[in-house]
Design a protein around this ligand. Structure first.
Ligand code: RIB
Ligand code: CA
Length: 322
């Protein structure tokens, strides 16, 4: 008997690795993507929407609605990542053209809450960008958002690994206030950190060629990451491709791919001069200093730091195979 497809909403700051995750999600027969909501992050909001629409078209399957969300963080200035994704966020290929699809009217945060509220506890959320839309949806429609079954977040990192800033991963760092709202909300979270997506989990030259060899969808998935690949070649001498957003999708769709994880009470640093945006992983149940009150910290996150790399790479190849 065929198991029911997992119903998901995807919130994304669509640039090159988000694009691979969107294509893979739309080509995964175990998932039903109900809606996609765009948020500013890797690129400004209009480009995130355009890249999401292009990715939906390139997936070549069904076409869920794409909504425009927040144009920037709750409180601070937007920081983009065009230096590693290209000015258009998609490797500046100059060959992707314009989408034929248009965004669906309505704010992404309201759409998130509507699909969550209508989902009767069955809908899951996958976030691939800064958490601005999710925080807005929580603040505006808390009861609807409480009906989400689970939230899988690409974000966070161990401070020592020097992610985007001295100790903060990009998605959390762009909007730390939003991230803290999401982590303190109470819907269970799986956090797929940079540690899970780096090292051997990155695609080497041979793995990229295998993906390109599957056909036009595989070529799109690799080539739109051209800026990142060339940056890796310049920095490390060999081309490689880290795919954090597809890793988060793979964890949602195939949790058996998780190899290293730990439970935590996660908080986000919003005040530190050097630590703003850092994810702080505390052992659940530990009593805190009076700064956090005297209640033991509830577990709110499964922090994922390692994947079955071969299984993850095979998952990606299976998604793009024609
Ligand atoms: O730190 C990596 C994350 O930031 C990925 O989601 C990437 O697309 C950017 O949004
Ligand atoms: Ca992203």
């Amino acid at each position: 008997m065929q198991t029911a497809r997992k119903k998901i909403i995807i919130d994304t700051d669509t640039a090159s690795d988000d694009a691979v995750a969107l294509v893979a999600a739309l080509r995964d027969p175990t998932l039903q993507v109900l809606a996609i909501t765009a948020v500013a992050g890797n690129v400004e909001l209009p480009l995130a929407v355009k890249n999401a629409l292009l990715s939906v078209e390139r997936a070549g399957t069904y076409r869920p609605p794409v909504y425009m969300g927040a144009p920037g963080p709750l409180l601070c200035e937007l920081e983009t990542a065009d230096q590693i994704r290209g000015a258009d966020g998609m490797g500046d290929l100059g060959t992707l053209g314009e989408p034929t699809l248009a965004p669906t009217p309505g704010h992404g945060a309201d759409a998130l809450a509507r699909y969550a509220g209508e989902g009767d506890g069955e809908v899951e959320l996958l976030t691939l960008g800064p958490l601005t839309n999710v925080a807005l949806a929580i603040r505006k429609h808390p009861e609807a958002m409480r009906k989400l079954r689970h939230i899988t977040i690409m974000g966070g990192a161990h401070p020592y690994h020097n992610p985007h800033t001295v100790c903060a991963e990009f998605n959390i760092m762009v909007d730390p206030e939003a991230a803290q709202i999401v982590f303190s909300f109470g819907v269970p979270i799986t956090l797929v950190t940079l540690e899970a997506c780096g090292g051997a989990a990155e695609l080497d030259d041979a793995a990229m060629e295998r993906m390109r060899g599957t056909g036009e969808i595989g070529r799109f998935c690799v080539d739109c990451n051209r800026t990142l690949i060339e940056l890796a070649r310049a920095q490390g001498g060999v081309p490689s491709l880290g795919l954090p957003d597809p890793a988060a999708l793979a964890v949602l769709a195939r949790p058996e791919l998780i190899r290293e994880s730990f439970p935590a009470h996660t908080r986000v640093e919003t005040q530190g001069e050097f630590t703003r945006g850092a994810t702080v992983f505390c052992k659940p149940g530990n009593l805190y200093s009076p700064a956090f009150g005297d209640e033991p910290a509830p577990e709110n996150t499964l922090v994922v730091t390692g994947l079955d790399v071969a299984g993850f790479h095979q998952y990606l190849l299976d998604r793009v195979a024609l």
